[in-house]
Write a protein that binds this ligand. Structure first.
Ligand code: PGA
Length: 256
């Protein structure tokens, strides 16, 4: 089974509209040549229409950083799935920063996953354990539980629209990245293992699983050499054109 590798840029709460315009104009010409890698840019909501417009005639894809589960209504500050249609193909759901700072629960994440799928948006579902859970040796149990909760009521057919990002919280934005060996162990045995239990081997082999957490050009090779790690979800290093291009290039060289 060959899975198309996928590298996604999570800009988080960075870049004004003007900065986003300049950044994407610098980035696009350098990124269009790596056709064996799916490349996804996840800007802020403000920059989303511009970025979507700019990427329209390119092979690059757009992702949103979040979505609400209702289609419209009295939910001040929120963005509904139909509002993303035509702008974004992907949407990050369950990022640890949203779980942590905006109190997003497994139940909310499950609703968002189902709402996104119902509107033709592909979730990049993020899971990952805290430092304390990691130290306690509970990573497998915790991450597997997050997946089971997020995927409740998701059919096998729908599952094939989902990308999973394994992002240990202690590695996000800290510079303390997981070793390739550890990331592979969780991606392969815990994430793909849980999906195998839930959906069977055939579907599990089609699902793309990214690693995320302090990914940069100096450690990307270490992750990409593992066949079960299908790409990366990148924060900090996605805000530097050369770095992000290099990450895609490394992925293309190893997996393309
Ligand atoms: P980082 O963030 O690459 O800055 O660690 C990754 C993420 O949160 O998606």
């Amino acid at each position: 089974m060959t899975r198309t590798p996928i590298v996604a840029a999570n800009w988080k709460m960075n870049l004004t509209l003007d900065e986003s315009r300049r950044f994407i104009n610098d980035l696009v010409p350098q990124l269009i040549r790596f056709d064996n890698v799916e490349r996804v840019i996840c800007p802020t909501f403000i920059a989303l229409p511009f970025v979507a417009d700019r990427l329209e005639d390119t092979p690059l894809k757009v992702g949103a950083q979040n979505v609400h589960w209702e289609t419209s209504g009295a939910f001040t500050s929120q963005i509904a799935p139909p509002m993303l249609q035509g702008l974004a193909e992907y949407v990050i759901i369950g990022h640890s920063e949203v779980r942590q700072y905006l109190n997003e629960t497994d139940e909310i994440i499950n609703r968002k996953v189902k709402a996104a799928l119902a509107h033709g948006l592909k979730p990049i579902l993020a899971v990952g354990e805290s430092d304390a859970l990691n130290q306690a040796g509970s990573t497998h149990e915790f991450v597997s539980g997050q997946l089971r909760a997020a995927l409740q009521g998701v059919s096998g057919e729908q599952m094939q629209q989902i990308v999973i990002a394994y992002e240990p919280i202690w590695a996000i934005g800290t510079g303390r990245n997981a070793t390739g060996e550890f990331a592979n162990e969780i991606v392969k045995n815990t994430v793909r293992g849980t999906i195998t239990e839930l959906y069977g081997e055939t579907i599990a082999q089609t699902i793309r699983i990214q690693y995320g957490g302090s990914v940069k050009s100096s450690n990307m090779e270490e992750y990409m050499q593992y066949p079960d790690i299908d790409g990366a979800l990148v924060g900090g290093a996605s805000l530097k054109v050369d770095e992000f291009v290099r990450l895609v290039e490394i992925t293309d060289q190893i997996k393309g």
